[in-house]
Design a binder for this molecule. Structure first.
Ligand SMILES: [Zn+2]
Length: 312
């Protein structure tokens, strides 16, 4: 058993972890500069890897490989970014495998971040021992990853299972950053929250003034405290997530559906609300699909990378 270095290139935070046998030995978190593109973030990431190896006194000969979780469409067989969506938009033209080889000369693996998160939860989180799994990560955007019949879903162009945030819930709805209209992500995600608040016909003017400043964390807190605007917005967003989940269940027929991402700090509100809605509306004659919070919180993609680098 060797150590693994895993990098999770998130929309707001980049995490660089040192892993060993399913555990995170060390981790550095950096504020991401996604608007600056990928290339400008790489020197800081390289430095963080060196800091971790040095302070844990670990040599490259003890490392099985280095992995990268990317928030876009990825071809993991060629280690290339296929397409981005307003996050690290220069990544398609960049050879990350070459970057890793030049810096460390150890095996490299990359994949979509939400797909790696489902692999992590499958490896040692909420989906251990299951053969049919859907994971929805509600972070800056909405990501999904799917395991069907014991295999991670990829499809012809490596995008199967990854585009749950862009399932259309309202074909006349708001334009999404992907070019489509009415995607789940455009209707209820952190990335779109300012515009969702500003364009909402029923929110008060004083609430709209907070658009761009408040996050789901504040909205859930305000709703708990009885603020009518926050309550309306919170419930509408949970309705969107529920509708998306019903579609995932219809599409993928999972035995468990895992919910992850930053909003799950409010799991005690979200899980019962979504369960009530999904169990009432989804066409599931055989049995109700358990809807459970992720167990690995923000570390799922890092652990998914460790699995990939040590089990191939
Ligand atoms: Zn979209």
């Amino acid at each position: 058993m060797k150590y693994t270095i895993a990098i999770d290139l998130g929309g707001t935070v980049v995490k660089i972890g040192l892993l060993y046998n399913g555990g995170i030995i060390d981790c550095i978190r950096l504020e991401s500069e996604r608007s600056m593109g990928l290339k400008s973030n790489l020197p800081r990431i390289k430095k963080a890897v060196e800091v971790i190896l040095s302070r844990k006194n670990i040599g490259l000969e003890q490392i099985s490989g280095i992995g990268l979780a990317f928030p876009g469409l990825v071809d993991p067989t060629n280690n290339r970014v296929i397409s981005t969506n307003e996050k690290y938009d220069d990544a398609c033209s960049f050879d990350l495998e070459k970057w890793a080889k030049e810096n460390w000369d150890i095996p490299f693996h990359m994949d979509n971040d939400a797909r790696l998160a489902v692999i992590g939860e499958w490896y040692q989180g909420a989906a251990r021992g299951k053969n049919n799994v859907v994971m929805m990560t509600i972070g800056t955007g909405i990501g999904t990853g799917v395991v069907i019949d014991g295999k991670v879903l990829y499809g012809q162009h490596f995008q199967a299972g990854s585009l749950g945030g862009h399932f259309v819930l309202d074909y006349k709805g708001r334009s999404c950053s992907c070019g489509n209209k009415g995607c789940a992500e455009a209707l209820a995600s952190s990335f779109f929250l300012p515009v969702i608040i500003r364009q909402h016909p029923d929110l008060s003017d004083s609430f709209k003034e907070m658009a761009g400043q408040i996050t789901f964390k504040e909205i859930f807190q305000m709703a708990t405290d009885g603020d009518d605007d926050a309550l309306l917005l919170r419930n509408e967003c949970m309705d969107v997530w529920s509708a998306a989940i019903i579609t995932y269940i219809h599409a993928y027929d999972p035995e468990v559906l895992i919910l992850g991402g930053g909003v799950m700090n409010s799991a005690e509100v979200i899980i019962p609300y979504i369960k009530e809605k999904v169990y009432r509306l989804a066409w599931c004659p055989s049995e109700k699909v358990p809807i459970v919070p992720a167990e690995l919180s923000e570390n799922a993609a890092l652990l998914g990378l460790e699995y990939r680098l040590t089990h191939q």
